[in-house]
Design a protein around this ligand. Structure first.
Ligand SMILES: [Mn+2]
Length: 338
């Protein structure tokens, strides 16, 4: 895929019309870092920009970043989007259920680092680089390209996005990520960024963590954690699970030396959300979730980290879900046998 550049983006944008940068719903650190830095860069070049998200901002860590770094992020529901808006999606796959459709207007740009769907939507500017460890890395490249010095807040936001998505530079790291890391580290408040990343759990998560430790299922090196109300107790109602917790739980279980693949799921308001992690190169989490949810839901992401959703009557329940994954995993292991 040809790498696009910031010049190409500026060429397709009209300075007379508003630019709306949209992060995926319930934005995470990388969505916020990349959206905020793109907003600053476009404003430097004379564009009128807003930065918005669907869903809500959840989690103390993301909320802290928005406040501390003075990020002008607005809920999409508060924006009045006119017919001349130019919408750019960051850190998100167009058409996925985690991207609220703001208007009937077609997208003007997509900037992302997730594995793209087979059919990439028609769009004037598409810069999708699955080889980048974070979307923040891509935007940092735009700063290099235009020789723009990021402000301290922008550098900190980019660094936080990069470090979060790469689990502190331990997964999915490519040469561009390393260049971004070394370029940003002392430009931003690295101690602030590291503090946020190190303090991702809260005392309030303990009942859910306890539930996870008491109720996980393990099949060889594969582990399932199901935070669904039907399997739960009053100690761990899934309704109270913060959206980033399943990912953190998957990360945590992956640290067990016996476990190389983790699927954490939670069911909330008739939607089952899955968070997957893999450290087995034979088991790419993005392809496996896609295959396991075929016909019942959608999923995608990266080989080391992916997610998925299943809605309503299609939710198969714990045993059914495990069965689907184990069948697919078995096939992958068989195909990739040395
Ligand atoms: Mn990302």
């Amino acid at each position: 895929m040809r790498t696009k550049c910031f010049q190409d983006l500026m060429r397709v944008l009209d300075r007379e019309k508003p630019v709306i940068i949209q992060a995926h719903d319930y934005p995470d650190h990388d969505a916020i870092g990349s959206g905020f830095s793109l907003l600053s860069l476009l404003r430097d070049f004379g564009f009128r920009c807003e930065f918005c998200y669907g869903g809500e901002v959840q989690g103390f860590s993301v909320a802290d970043i928005i406040t501390n770094l003075h990020i002008p992020l607005v809920p999409a529901s508060l924006l009045r989007i006119g017919g001349d808006a130019q919408i750019i999606l960051v850190d998100a796959v167009a058409g996925n259920t985690n991207v609220t459709r703001l208007t009937d207007l077609p997208l003007t740009g997509i900037i992302d680092h997730h594995q793209p769907p087979e059919k990439i939507p028609e769009c004037p500017f598409v810069d999708i680089r699955p080889e980048a460890g974070s979307c923040s890395t891509i935007i940092y490249q735009y700063y290099l390209e235009t020789m723009t010095e990021p402000s301290r807040d922008v550098a900190t936001a980019l660094l936080t996005g990069l470090m979060m998505d790469t689990a502190q530079m331990t997964r999915g790291v490519g040469p561009v990520d390393l260049a971004a890391f070394s370029g940003l580290f002392f430009k931003g408040d690295w101690e602030g960024a590291v503090y946020i990343l190190r303090n991702s759990f809260s005392i309030q998560d303990i009942p859910t963590l306890r539930y996870a430790f008491d109720h996980y299922y393990r099949h060889d090196s594969v582990c399932f954690v199901e935070l669904e109300p039907s399997a739960g107790t009053a100690e761990a109602p899934a309704e109270k699970v913060r959206p980033e917790l399943p990912g953190l739980i998957s990360d945590y279980f992956l640290r067990m030396q016996e476990i190389h693949f983790v699927v954490t799921s939670k069911v909330e308001s008739s939607v089952c959300r899955l968070s997957l992690r893999s450290e087995d190169p034979r088991l790419p989490a993005d392809l496996i979730v896609k295959r396991a949810l075929e016909g019942i839901g959608e999923g995608g992401g990266h080989p080391h980290m992916s997610g998925g959703t299943i809605s309503g009557d299609s939710i198969p329940g714990g045993p059914g879900l495990r069965e689907r994954f184990l069948t697919v995993i078995e096939k992958f292991l068989h195909e990739n046998k040395e």
